[in-house]
Every structure is written in C-alpha cells, then in structure tokens.
Design a protein around this ligand. Structure first.
Ligand code: AMP
Length: 398
C-alpha cells in the first residue's frame, strides 16, 4: 500500500454512509493524526495522542466513538471531557457533522454558565454522546441526572489544559463512575507529567501517538526582541504601533501580567482586553465577541484562558514573556498564519529568558532572528485603532 492510499479514509473499516458523509464534508484524506490514531482507536485500543488544535484531532476521536455507538440504545455511550465551553461547543458541532450519516444520534453539551434545568431535560430525552467540562459533568453525576454505566468510550480532550486548570480531581471523580472496560482516548498538545499520571491511573496499555508538531512553517514570520523588565510592556505598544496588526493575541505567563499590560495599553489608547482564568463566563463571552468582531484589536491572554479559542484571522501573536515550554511556544505562534495567510510572531525576551529561547530554537530546529527595538517606528499614523466599534445596547425590553 502506498502512502496516499494509506491516508485515504476508504482504508478504514467505516460504514459506507459515514464514508459518503466524509466526502460531502470535503474530508478526502486523513490528516496525519487521524491516519495514526484511527486504526488503533477503531480496534478498541486506549490511546494517548499528542496533537494540536487544527490537526483534525476532533474527527480522530469522534469517528472512533461514533463507530461503536448503538443508536437504538438510549443511554450515554460516549463522554468527551473538554477544558472550556468554547471547545465543548466546537467538539459538539464536529461530532454532529460526522454523525449525520447515522440514524438519530443525540449529542448533548454540558458546560457551566448555562442553567442546569435545560441540560437535565436534554439528558432525560436520551443522549448518546455527552460533551462537557469536568465540573459541570460532575455536577450532573452528583445530582443523578447523568448515568455513565453504559459508557463505552471516554475521551479526554486537551488533557494538558484540563490539568493546567486544576481539573485532575474532577476528572478522577468522573472517570471512577465509568465502567472499567470502556475505551479511553486521551488527546493533549503537550505531555506534562500529569498526563502520565492520568494514563497510569485510568488507561489500559495505551498506544502512544505523536505526530511531529508542525514547525511554524514559512508563513509565520518570527522575530525576537530583547527587552528589560522595565521596558517590556512599552515594547508591546511599540510593536503594535509599528506593525499595526488588525487583531493581535498577546500571551502572558501570568494573570497579573495580563492585567498590568492591558492597563498600560488602554492608557495609551489601544483597544485592548484581558482574558484570564477567573473571568465569569459572561465576561469571557463578551471579551471574545468583541475580539471576534474586531472592535477590540488586542487580546491579552494567559495560555490556559486562550485555550479553545478559534479565531479566524489573527495577524499577529506577541509573546509578552517567553514560555518555558517550547511546545507551548509553537502552539502560541501557530494561532497566526492560518489558512495560507501570513502571520507575524513577535517574541519579547529578557536576559533571564534566554535559556527558554534556546530550548525553543532546539525544538524548532531553527535559529531565532533578533531585531532591535530602536528599529521600530510608530509610522506617524497615530495610535492603532480597531476597524469596528461595539455598541452596548442596554435598557428595557424595547
Ligand atoms: P480540529 O483539529 O479537530 O480542531 O480540526 C481542525 C479543522 O479541520 C476542523 O475545521 C475540521 O472540520 C477540519 N478537518 C478535520 N479532519 C479533516 C480532514 N481529514 N480533511 C479536511 N478537513 C478536516
């Protein structure tokens, strides 16, 4: 079998209706993560797959769980745990698209920030697949609204982020209520120590799959700038005024840094908003809506909070601080330069971050290109303003 044939979906033992549906969705060839994980997943094996957003990982586990589903059995047979509501919504959408070919498969999303009552009603009407965040799923289990005794597939999606968000215990609580003979599929962009602990506790001789992290490729231009502790935030403003990207995602290592940077940017007239873990769901949704509709030009976020964000056009990514984890760096900059558009990744490093820069070079097998801050000009066009304005309509029903 040659390489091309091996990566066609027709090489898999999927039913003809699903094959046809994949064609109508335009999924002609498997992505590398799908080609590596679908054969063992369809054979019922437990899996630890290292894959990034955009790799096609959702279809990889969705096709596997759908393949085993019995639509005539009105019980939850698959559970997907995700770190955020945005991701859960995306996963639900993808599962529904892929399930179109099968008869009446019901997928229910269980996330916080939404009334329990409606979710309970959806469960009562019979769900085959549940997608949710660990806290809310646990809540439904505790109240007896959700039962997992018929479960055949458990998926932990973006497991590293769930661990970052402190969900280890919640995940454990949920997993303990799943039948031991289930299949467990774990997907994670990085492989921190906690993942090994999860695997050891909850998986049976998992097949490990790692598809080489995509290097940033030629469409992302990476530039590094040396900064000091004193001029780091001001340098972000200089970069924005120089490059004038319409939408920028600026990554900070801490929530405190996010807050400080947003304050400074706002003082300088930028339309900047912060996104970090403790925002309420409503605030988070508002921030994301403004960024998506381009009335906010700079989103300052922590890695955890930015997870699950799917932003179409992102002209630039700024690493306000260098992340100690090179895989996280690649993941951060991979947010820009999507869909064939070119992207700009600007990284600020102080002397004490040079070790981390070195690890990134080794990981990417690529030397950093350094530029000087004093090459930056503000182009004389005044402060960078967003192309849109969001009007808040408040008041009564009319
Ligand atoms: P994901 O990494 O799961 O977020 O998927 C990234 C995007 O790729 C989604 O929009 C999927 O609909 C799409 N996708 C997944 N698998 C394929 C495939 N084999 N061919 C084409 N597009 C795909």
């Amino acid at each position: 079998m040659n390489g091309a044939a091996a990566s066609a979906f027709s090489a898999l033992a999927l039913n003809p209706a699903t094959q046809e549906n994949l064609r109508t969705l335009g999924y002609l060839e498997m992505t590398p993560i799908q080609a590596a994980s679908l054969p063992p997943a369809l054979a019922g094996k437990d899996l630890i797959a290292q894959a990034q957003t955009g790799s096609g990982k959702t279809a990889a586990f969705a096709l596997a769980l759908l393949d085993k589903l019995n639509p005539r059995r009105f019980a939850v047979q698959a559970l997907v745990l995700c770190p955020t509501r945005e991701l859960a919504d995306q996963v639900t959408g993808e599962i529904r698209r892929l399930a179109r070919a099968q008869e009446n498969i019901k997928v229910v999303t269980l996330c916080g920030g939404v009334a329990l009552r409606g979710q309970r009603a959806s469960l009562e009407h019979g769900a085959h697949v549940v997608v949710g965040t660990p806290g809310r799923v646990m809540d439904h289990l505790a109240r007896g609204y959700l039962a997992l005794n018929a479960l055949t597939t458990l998926v932990l999606d973006e497991a590293d982020r769930m661990l970052d968000m402190g969900f280890f215990d919640d995940i454990s609580t949920v997993v303990k209520q799943c039948p031991p003979e289930r299949q467990t599929l774990l997907f994670s962009a990085t492989y921190p120590e906690g993942i090994a602990r999860l695997a050891e506790k909850f998986m049976r001789s998992p097949v490990q799959i790692k598809v080489q992290a995509e290097s940033s490729g030629p469409q992302i231009e990476q530039r590094f700038y040396e900064v000091t502790r004193a001029n780091r935030y001001a340098s972000v403003a200089l970069l924005l005024n120089h490059f004038r990207p319409v939408s920028t995602l600026a990554f900070c290592n801490t929530k405190q840094q996010c807050k400080e940077l947003v304050t400074l940017l706002q003082q300088q007239g930028f339309s900047a908003l912060a996104l970090y873990g403790e925002l309420e769901q409503r605030e988070r949704d508002q921030v994301l809506a403004q960024f998506a509709n381009r009335s906010c030009s700079v989103l300052v976020a922590t890695d955890v909070a930015s997870r699950g964000l799917d932003i179409e056009q992102l002209e630039a990514v700024v690493n306000v601080s260098i992340t100690p984890d090179p895989e996280v760096h690649v993941h951060r900059i991979g947010r820009t330069g999507r869909a064939g558009e070119s992207g700009l990744a600007l990284s600020l490093a102080s002397m004490d971050e040079m070790g981390a820069v070195g690890r990134i070079e080794q990981y990417q097998k690529q030397e950093s290109v350094w530029h000087k801050l004093d090459e930056l000009t503000s182009t004389g066009k005044g402060p960078l303003l967003p192309p849109m304005v969001t009007l808040q309509l408040l008041g009564g029903r009319k």
